[in-house]
Design a protein around this ligand. Structure first.
Ligand code: PAF
Length: 285
């Protein structure tokens, strides 16, 4: 497995493999089994798999955890080697953002995502999806993959990326990986490392609420607001600070009506200082 920190090295290597189909998995590192599964999925679609590791300052708000986000390059490389990644691209901030002066990212050209990025996580994290769309577009230009793999755990992000590829005409197939969970049901996330042992046990409550709403939809309930409100109240009683519990149409993330047959239930909530997200797709025929 090759590790590159500069675009020049990455390009030289990829130019020497120009005949190969490139699969790409963008990450911010601190990898877990969910990321490893994305790499395995990429290997099924490509001859050569590139994984980027870059904690992207542009997608963090001023009061978020950019500074403390775990940077674990060596352990990440060991995991990626074991799962058969071919290339790790781990650029410095200056490599990714050439005109960055070390302080002010506002000099950067930024991609403005469509309105589907404005609510849910976009409402509580203004600018987050512009930061994601911008760095992913830059990485697509650097790696030039034929296929790129994203996890469904970040469902809204996945939909923003699909819109990015569609609207900016990237010739890249987007493949979605299923969420990988702890035995308790907790969705794997790099931020789970912030949870205390007690909080980690409790964190499975998020998925329990999703499954409760899923069952209600399968039972024919269509009082979406009521279902979400009940889940929010229960989570609050259990000690969560709830950002949102919402039921949307899959893909477009628009509001469902009584005729909708494909939903995604989305939740974001804080346990202590840790903000977690999760979701669950439901369909009836
Ligand atoms: O999902 C992530 O880890 C990040 O948002 C991504 C896609 C790597 C962009 O920084």
């Amino acid at each position: 497995m090759q590790l590159f920190h500069t675009l020049r090295e990455l390009r030289a290597f990829l130019d020497s493999r120009a005949h190969q189909r490139v699969g790409f998995v963008p990450t911010m590192g601190n990898l877990h089994a969910g990321h490893c599964q994305l790499v395995t999925l990429a290997k099924n679609h490509a001859d050569l798999v590139v994984v980027s590791i870059f904690v992207n300052p542009l997608q963090f708000g001023a009061n978020e955890d950019f500074g403390s986000y775990p940077r674990t390059l060596q352990a990440d490389c060991e995991k990626l080697e074991a799962v058969g990644a071919d290339v790790v691209f781990a650029p410095a901030v200056e490599e990714m953002y050439p005109d960055f002066d070390g302080h002010d990212l506002h000099q950067q050209m930024v991609i403005q995502p469509p309105p589907l990025a404005d609510d849910l996580c976009g409402a509580s994290r203004p600018g987050h999806f512009a930061g994601v769309a911008t760095v992913v577009a830059k990485l697509f230009n650097m790696v030039k993959p034929q296929v790129a793999v994203f996890g469904k755990k970040d469902y809204q992000q996945l939909m923003v990326i699909r819109a990015l590829v569609r609207q900016l005409n990237f010739d890249i197939q987007i493949v979605a990986g299923e969420t990988v969970r702890e035995p308790s049901g907790l969705a794997m996330s790099s931020r789970n490392g912030y949870l205390s042992a007690v909080e980690k046990n409790q964190a499975a409550q998020l998925q329990q609420q999703l499954l409760r709403i899923k069952q209600a939809l399968l039972d024919g309930r269509r009082d979406y607001a009521g279902l979400c409100e009940q889940a929010g109240v229960e989570l609050k009683q259990q000690g969560w600070q709830v950002d949102y519990v919402d039921i949307r149409r899959q893909q477009a993330l628009t509001l469902p009506d009584a005729q909708t047959t494909d939903w995604v239930i989305l939740v974001a909530a804080k346990l202590g200082k840790t903000r977690l997200i999760d979701n669950c797709e439901v369909s009836v025929s």
